[in-house]
Write a protein that binds this ligand. Structure first.
Ligand SMILES: [Zn+2]
Length: 389
């Protein structure tokens, strides 16, 4: 691995600049520099940051190092931008008159590049950019990228993975899974939390499909790195969406953030033939459960109804527990005895239960609390299991 310094002027950087949104093709430096390689995140600078880059240049201030990676094939040298994408794009966008600046903070006179004086234009065009050019293997590139990445806006884990497994598959998958109005946004935009253009949606889809195949996200990405289609993950995601919207046709805000792919992996085959899982019965159950305020984890109702034959399914709901004060109050009220058999017990030996069951509208309050000894607790628990909705 080697790192060589390179100095170019802004005029050289801007030479041959193209920026086509459809193909994500952004090039500069006579067409030799790929400004938006597959592993780079989307442009995230705001207006103010863009303007301040140009003002720094006009004032002759330094704007820090840029990092490129060198690629050689068939005796031609090309470069990929590793770090400095935001600054590079700010420069090129300004030169192509996408935005204006206020030289010397005179807010009443915005200036596009073409509005500058000859002297100001030259100052920008002749400004020298300091670049470190890296040559080495992909693995070395990544290790180095991680180091320089600690300086700027930190990359998310999935953005980093896109860098390691950069290739035809990543380029294709980013279009359908990270862009507005594309597949993942259309199907799961209402069901996933996080930022689409920071690769959170792609990460979610990958975590689901890799869980389905019992491998890790990086194993999945490594396996498909050089694929020239993304059919498998597309068809998987469509299946999850089809299953989800068939079983739960009514959308609710509680559905956002549920691990739908994981639920699909777990339940779609195991309980495919179950007649109990039909969307009408499910909807009745869910609408009733969501009115119950003893349920703390409201989004858990979906797994709860899917897991209907698991005796421990209550765990998905995180039922509100009795507080220490409620237990103390009840202990006094029961004169230190089990509420069913009357055996004398220490408070630590007693378990709190709802007198009227939570699923029948019983609240988690001192008035609805009963403390039971170990034996009575076991009996009560098995009685509840039989009548749990
Ligand atoms: Zn008892």
């Amino acid at each position: 691995m080697t790192i060589e310094p390179l100095t170019i002027t802004i005029s050289e950087l801007y030479d041959g600049y193209i920026n086509t949104d459809e193909t994500n093709d952004v090039k500069g430096y006579g067409g030799k520099l790929n400004i938006r390689p597959a592993f780079q995140r989307e442009f995230v600078y705001n207006d103010k940051q863009e303007k301040s880059v140009i003002n720094s240049i006009l004032n002759g201030y330094p704007i820090n190092l840029f990092y490129w990676a060198k690629k050689e094939s068939n005796n031609t040298t090309t470069y990929e931008l590793l770090d400095g994408q935001q600054r590079t794009l700010s420069i090129c966008r300004y030169l192509s008159k996408v935005f204006s600046i206020y030289p010397n903070n005179k807010v009443d006179s915005p200036k596009y590049f073409n509005n500058l004086t000859k002297e100001e234009k030259d100052k920008i065009l002749n400004y020298k950019l300091e670049i470190k050019v890296f040559s080495g293997t992909d693995k070395e590139k990544l290790a180095w990228f991680e180091v320089i990445n600690t300086v700027g806006v930190k990359l998310r884990e999935q953005e980093m993975r896109n860098c390691i497994y950069n290739g035809s598959w990543v380029s294709l998958v980013k279009i359908e899974f990270s862009k507005q109005g594309k597949l993942m946004d259309n199907l799961f935009g209402d069901y996933i939390k996080g930022e689409r253009n920071r690769q959170d949606y792609l990460e979610k889809a990958l975590s689901w499909i890799s869980n389905y195949q019992n491998i890790s996200i990086v194993e999945y990405m490594a396996k498909h790195q050089n694929d020239t289609n993304i059919d498998e993950i597309v068809s998987y995601i469509k299946s999850v969406h089809g299953w989800l919207t068939t079983l739960f046709p009514k959308y609710r805000k509680e559905m956002k953030g549920v691990e739908w792919g994981i639920l699909y992996n777990e339940y779609h085959i195991r309980k495919k033939t179950d007649t109990k899982l039909n969307s009408i019965d499910i909807e009745t159950k869910i609408s009733k459960l969501l009115k119950n305020d003893t349920i703390k984890k409201r989004s858990g109702v979906y797994e709860y109804v899917l897991d209907y034959d698991n005796p421990n399914r209550e765990k998905h709901l995180d039922i509100r527990a009795f507080t220490e004060n409620m237990r103390l109050f009840t202990y006094e009220k029961q004169n230190g005895k089990c509420g069913h058999c009357g055996k004398k017990c220490e408070i630590s030996e007693l378990e709190a239960h709802h007198i009227k069951e939570w699923f029948n509208g019983g609240t988690t309050t001192a008035e609805n609390c009963i403390l039971l000894c170990k034996d009575c607790h076991r009996k009560e628990t098995s009685r509840l299991l039989k009548i749990l909705p």
